[in-house]
Design a protein around this ligand. Structure first.
Ligand SMILES: [Zn+2]
Length: 257
């Protein structure tokens, strides 16, 4: 579902990203100031107990832009890891030297921690994609949303060996203002997409490649899947899309935080 695609052109997205960076900087300094004001001397006393990788909040707005600039493209891979398809996707990405963002389902991470570690070891980033991929999450209670997001964060971090997800993508794009705020406060930037390749529907590799070419003007974040069924078309499409985009002068990056 391309619930966050269309509408604004790429220029608008880039402008939005610039504003997002400003908000991020402001948010961080406010957060630091508040921490100091609330904590005072006692906070300093307890500082050594705080982990070195303390979580810093990020912007609550949904990221679409690429940190690779105006000709940057973000490859995002959802719903895994899957023992059959994730290794094949990792192989293709490695073949073309592309780093991607993997939106991981909590139960999948728990079932296949070695694959989450493989994703991290290859230099890709992790994204929290909820515990059980309930696409009606936006209709559920805040307690339920919190459990889905924070339990998945814990499951993914445990599976990875301590590497935290840097983004949160709601299943099916079912974000709420509450879920965005909660994720952002845990350092996970809400992550959208601009181009739904529809690979999940198995339209054929040709159609997936054509969708990328046709819809890339919508913006830089491309949605693919490495689980949830036979993903051989996705693997084949990536094998063609990555060199094609390189030849067209695009570079590959991560979604902005
Ligand atoms: Zn998904």
């Amino acid at each position: 579902m391309a619930r966050h695609g269309g509408g604004r052109g790429w220029y608008g997205k880039v402008l939005g990203a610039a504003l997002g960076v400003t908000l991020l900087a402001t948010g961080a300094s406010v957060w630091t100031a508040q921490a100091g004001a609330v904590g005072g001397p006692s906070a300093k006393a307890s500082a050594p107990a705080e982990p070195a990788t303390a979580v810093k909040p990020v912007a609550v707005t949904i990221a679409h832009a690429s940190d690779a600039g105006a000709r940057g493209v973000n490859i995002t891979i959802d719903d895994g890891p899957d023992p059959e398809w994730t290794p094949q996707v990792l192989d293709v990405l490695k073949e073309f030297g592309v780093k991607a963002t993997f939106c991981i389902v909590g139960t999948q991470a728990q079932a296949h921690p070695e694959l989450v570690k493989d994703v991290v070891a290859a230099g890709h980033r992790l994204c929290d994609h909820s515990v059980s991929h309930d696409t009606t999450m936006d209709k559920k209670s805040e307690a339920y949303q919190s459990q889905q997001i924070l339990d998945a964060e814990r499951m993914i971090t445990e599976a990875s060996g301590g590497v935290r997800p840097m983004y949160y993508r709601a299943p099916g794009g079912a974000f709420t203002p509450y879920s965005r705020k909660l994720a952002a406060s845990h350092g996970m930037r809400p992550l959208g997409w601009n181009v739904d390749t529809k690979d999940f529907e198995q339209p054929g590799a040709d159609a997936i490649v054509a969708t990328v070419e046709r819809e890339l003007p919508n913006g830089p974040t491309l949605l693919f899947h490495d689980a949830g069924g036979d993903r051989s078309q996705t693997v084949e499409a990536l094998r063609r899309v990555l060199p094609l985009l390189k030849a067209e002068g695009y570079s590959f990056g991560f979604p902005v935080r």
